[in-house]
Design a protein around this ligand. Structure first.
Ligand code: TRP
Ligand code: SF4
Length: 328
């Protein structure tokens, strides 16, 4: 059948609209057409948050429940936790042997994080090696397709490079996986930057109508539109970016009304928050029901690990054989 798909998220709390439109919707859709592996990247969470690990368990549970509520179905995909698959760090070790420092240091995500978080936080061996661990996540299940947000493209590129180098050195062992990107427009956070928990600008999937309305009301709009009768510029307005996702059908009308000052920002925002809340209502209902089952996340992860371990063992056996590790 069906090419293998893999993707993972770092457990950092509740999922938000950026996750949903940027990737999660794709993951849900792929379940019917592909053999899908979706995992909680808890080791990757350590690359930046190794000091305080007290929330890892709770965040992992929340993520699994958010995934289920969003439509990932353990009967149609395999949901597991990275740290349950002992083969991943062994494969990471082998990949680390063939990956050069220069390539890791040039990786745009590494440079950006150094800038954002400061060298003191992430100038570690583990953080520099982030893409090596990610390559092991992907290649341990022999995945050919990886649904990700655009920011992950450099990591996918490095994964392909590692696969290629490994194959050249030791013989054909790994596929060269390709990304699957979302076709949805980018989701800005309420402050106009990328939506992210660390920027505190996210609308999370479990937010209720009032919370959503409050967050949207605080969103920045066209800074030049100070009064109700000022004409607006939708192309510089963060709210309008969300209209592209939620009202593709009436986009031109809204833009026209804004340019002619026929609609005020408050009404424009309230219409948007109502639509978002309506769209998320089924998610919230399911999420609520799922959270009443305290053992659910644990069961799902345990069943997932059982399915992935034999696959991981096979991959490692092939890698060891190719590298002549553990033979006499
Ligand atoms: N780096 C990804 C992110 O931050 C998470 C991740 C870890 C991942 N391993 C992966 C994604 C393997 C896809 C495949 O979103
Ligand atoms: Fe933005 Fe809507 Fe206000 Fe225009 S009317 S500036 S699109 S919030």
């Amino acid at each position: 059948m069906k090419n293998r798909v893999v993707s993972g998220y770092r457990p950092s709390g509740r999922l938000h609209l950026g996750h949903y439109h940027g990737n999660l919707k794709n993951m849900v859709g792929l379940q019917d057409t592909h053999e899908c592996f979706f995992f909680v990247a808890d080791w990757h969470a350590l690359t930046t948050d190794y000091k305080d690990t007290s929330m890892l368990g709770a965040y992992t549970t929340e993520m699994v429940l958010d995934w289920l509520a969003a439509g990932l179905d353990p009967n149609r995909c395999t949901i597991y936790r990275q740290s349950d698959i002992a083969g991943i760090p062994e494969l990471t070790l082998y990949f680390g042997m063939i990956m050069t420092l220069g390539e890791l240091e040039r990786c745009p995500t590494y440079k950006e994080q150094l800038r954002e978080l400061g060298a003191r936080v992430v100038n570690t061996y583990g953080f520099l090696g982030y893409p090596v661990l990610q390559a092991a996540d992907i290649l341990i299940v022999d995945a050919e397709l990886v649904p990700v947000g655009e920011d992950q493209l450099p990591h996918l590129e490095l994964t392909r490079e590692i696969a290629r180098d490994f194959n050249n050195l030791y013989g054909q062992t790994f596929p060269e996986p390709q990304p699957i990107l979302s076709s949805a427009p980018k989701i800005p956070g309420t402050d106009g930057r990328k939506m992210s928990k660390s920027y505190d600008n996210a609308i999370v999937l479990s937010d209720g109508p009032e919370v959503i309305a409050g967050k949207v009301r605080k969103m920045i709009t066209d800074p030049a539109r100070k009064r109700r009768d000022d004409k607006g510029h939708p192309d510089v307005c963060t709210v309008f970016e969300l209209y592209k996702v939620y009202f593709p059908d009436i986009l031109e009308d809204v833009a026209g009304d804004c340019r002619e000052a026929l609609i005020g920002c408050t009404d424009c925002k309230d219409r948007l928050s109502e639509r978002i809340a309506e769209d998320l209502a089924p998610f919230r209902g399911r999420r609520e029901v799922l959270s009443r089952d305290p053992g659910l996340a644990r069961e799902v992860l345990a069943a997932g690990a059982e399915k992935v371990r034999p696959i991981a063992d096979d991959t490692l056996a092939a890698a060891r054989k190719a590298m002549r590790i553990g033979t006499l």
